[in-house]
Write a protein that binds this ligand. Structure first.
Ligand SMILES: [Zn+2]
Length: 296
């Protein structure tokens, strides 16, 4: 049977752990410990996968609290997250949201053609990165990611010591209020969670802020060292091109200037406004009370 995870080694110290069509978690190895950036959907356990790749002690770092990035949190003893994530991490994702997510995916899992049409290059769903059947034993009814408190909170400028490399914490709210990015200035590796993505950049939730997102992306254009690689939460490619930062900044300026948009829909079936600029499609609110709770 096909594994739930697709594992790819980017270089000696960096692995991507992909749940194809869902999310990417990243494993970054230092000399003393390893950082696991996000813990996936929780649809299958992620720790056994990580332990096959390294024997180093693991520091889990959540880029933000959304259910598809925290599903495996309970599997790890060290759990770090942005200070603003403290309260939401304690809560579960609402059942209704999860049901909408699964219901939206099931027809795509069943139909590769529909999957390709819906993907439209967003997640680069090549055959080996196509959506996979849910693993045996997965029970969508009892699937309830979230509800696991952080063991340590991170703030702007904090550093996470992995031994021969360090990750600097950059607060990047906007997609969600608690978003953080992590930057290794010595190696130019930047982990951004959902702050940057090719394709649909979700900024239409009630809790999202286009203004905050613009400030956050602006910060990423002024990092203290050159960026060589962007590791994003949903682009199922090894590394996003660095020009994605400037492209996202330009896309957000388009939205702020009232550029034309089209009506769109997110994976949960909620309506939104979509402004496309190059590779970045900004999802923003249609102004109605479109919002829905992301945690209980
Ligand atoms: Zn998110």
């Amino acid at each position: 049977m096909m594994d739930w995870f697709e594992i790819r080694q980017v270089n000696r110290d960096l692995w991507m752990i992909v749940e194809p069509g869902h999310v990417v978690s990243w494993l970054y190895l230092g000399s003393d410990s390893a950082a696991l950036i996000d813990s996936g959907t929780g649809i299958a356990p992620i720790r056994p996968v990580v332990e096959k790749l390294t024997r180093l002690p693991i520091k889990l770092i959540n880029t933000h609290y959304h259910f598809d990035h925290v599903g495996g949190n309970a599997e790890f003893a060290v759990r770090l997250a942005g200070a603003q994530a403290e309260a939401p991490l304690r809560r579960h994702a609402p059942r209704d949201l999860l049901k909408r997510y699964i219901d939206g995916l099931l027809p795509l899992i069943a139909d590769a053609e529909a999957q390709r049409a819906a993907d439209a290059d967003v997640m680069a769903l090549t055959p080996e990165l196509a959506l996979r059947p849910f693993p045996a034993g997965f029970d969508a009814e009892s699937w309830r990611p979230g509800g696991v408190a952080a063991t340590g909170l991170l703030r702007e400028g904090d550093e996470i010591d992995l031994g021969d490399r360090r990750l600097q914490v950059i607060e990047t709210p906007g997609h969600s209020p608690d978003g953080i990015s992590l930057f290794d200035p010595a190696h130019g590796v930047l982990f951004v969670g959902d702050t940057l993505t090719e394709g649909a950049l979700y900024a239409h939730y009630d809790e999202s802020s286009l203004d905050d997102l613009a400030v956050s992306v602006g910060k990423l254009t002024r990092l203290p060292a050159p960026v060589h690689a962007i590791c994003a939460g949903h682009v199922a490619r090894a590394i996003a091109e660095v020009s994605l930062i400037a492209e996202t900044e330009a896309a957000l300026k388009q939205v702020a200037s009232g550029a034309p948009y089209r009506q769109g829909q997110d994976i949960f079936g909620y309506g939104l406004r979509e402004t496309r600029h190059g590779r970045v499609w900004v999802y923003h609110s249609d102004g109605r009370a479109s919002s829905f709770p992301l945690h209980d």
